[in-house]
Ligand binder design. Structure first.
Ligand SMILES: Cc1ncc(COP(=O)(O)O)c(C=O)c1O
Length: 345
């Protein structure tokens, strides 16, 4: 167990007590496996209430699998997928998409993690040319890896552009809850209702033990998912342990409560450090992370007391991540430690 305050990742926090209770509650007795159980049916129904009756919902263990299997279901190996150069899909999935899907990822430079039609347009080339990868999907991350969020109108614009060009819109929603909480909208207002075709919906970073969902907003797209998930080794036999977590997560607005707290902690941190001479916040603080430049010597000193990552090992930009368990007092003492570290240099 880490004994110091942690701003390293929202994956570093534990499991919300309501989720642990839910796990305990389904632990008695026997039930059928592979998602045919009543707990999975209930969780799928709850998700359909949010994402629409026409949607098709599936559970997997982790976000990498949600992205890769969701995308594999809607692509062929001669397709290309456009994503931000900072996307988890292209940076942190160990070429999994290239390996399992076989398609080409087109990394689009963007300073704030967000894609726009203008950024994508120049890459839309070679359509119909047998020598070229065929553009097929635009993948967005919501909230982005840089902590920014897409407004509903921005997503709709990207969806219209994708559909006009016979492409699909995919969303990596590992932090969809943080984005919805920040924007003060329902979950579906920033995906299904604004033209997203396939969504990876995250639970792990926001209080679950493990588990993500793949949501297809049009059932027809999901036709082969079950086979692809099995081949992809993500069809868990004891599915009830993922499903029951989602049920608890979506009950009593637990998802919103957790995400709002994580966001508030990031905003508090930003307010505390923004005026410290020598600190420069480098991205808009919207969801649950703060990007900042801090002098190198201070980073090393601070890392003796606090866990956090450099965003880029060659620069002094750090990523400070908050979660549903971040305590306000830890935020305040961290800000104080930054002040002290700067004074000492
Ligand atoms: C934007 C984003 N997508 C997806 C993931 C999923 O990762 P994992 O496979 O570790 O659950 C992460 C995890 O850090 C992430 O930040």
């Amino acid at each position: 167990m880490l004994s110091f305050a942690d701003f390293g990742s929202d994956n570093h926090s534990g499991v919300h007590p309501d989720i642990l209770d839910a796990l305990r509650n389904v632990n008695e007795g026997y039930t059928v496996a592979y998602g045919l159980d009543k707990y999975t049916k209930k969780a799928v129904e709850q998700m359909k209430e949010i994402f629409g009756k026409q949607s098709a919902i599936f559970f997997v263990y982790n976000g990498t699998a949600a992205n890769i299997l969701g995308l594999k279901t809607v692509t062929d190996s001669f397709h290309s997928v456009f994503c931000a150069e900072s996307a988890h899909l292209t940076v942190h999935e160990c070429c999994g998409p290239e390996c399992f899907i076989g398609c080409k990822l087109v990394n689009i430079p963007t300073s704030d993690g967000k894609l726009t039609v203008d950024l994508i347009q120049p890459y839309l080339i070679g359509v119909g040319d047998a020598h070229m990868a065929q553009p097929h999907v635009i993948s967005l991350t919501q909230a982005t890896e840089r902590g920014t969020t897409y407004r509903p109108k921005e997503i709709q614009k990207l969806a219209d552009f994708a559909h006009k060009h016979d492409m699909l819109l995919h969303m990596d929603g590992a932090r969809l809850c943080n984005a919805a909480a920040f924007l003060n909208v329902g979950l579906n207002e920033i995906c299904g209702k604004v033209g997203v075709d396939v969504l990876s919906f995250g639970g792990t970073k926001n209080g679950m033990m493990y588990g993500e969902a793949v949501v297809f907003f049009n059932k027809a797209l999901a036709k082969n998912f079950e086979f692809i998930r099995k081949q992809g080794m993500q069809l868990t036999s004891k599915m009830r342990y993922i499903s029951t977590q989602f049920s608890a997560f979506l009950s009593n607005d637990l998802w919103l409560q957790n995400a709002s707290h994580a966001n508030e902690m990031a905003h508090l941190l930003a307010r505390q450090i923004q005026n410290i001479p020598g600190v420069q916040i480098t991205q808009k603080v919207e969801a649950n992370m703060v990007y900042a430049k801090i002098p190198n010597q201070c980073i090393t000193r601070l890392q003796r007391q606090y866990y956090f990552h450099r965003f880029n090992e060659h620069t002094c930009e750090v990523r400070l991540m908050c979660s549903f368990t971040t305590k306000p007092e830890d935020v305040l003492s961290f800000a104080q430690a930054i002040r002290k570290a700067l004074d000492a240099t």
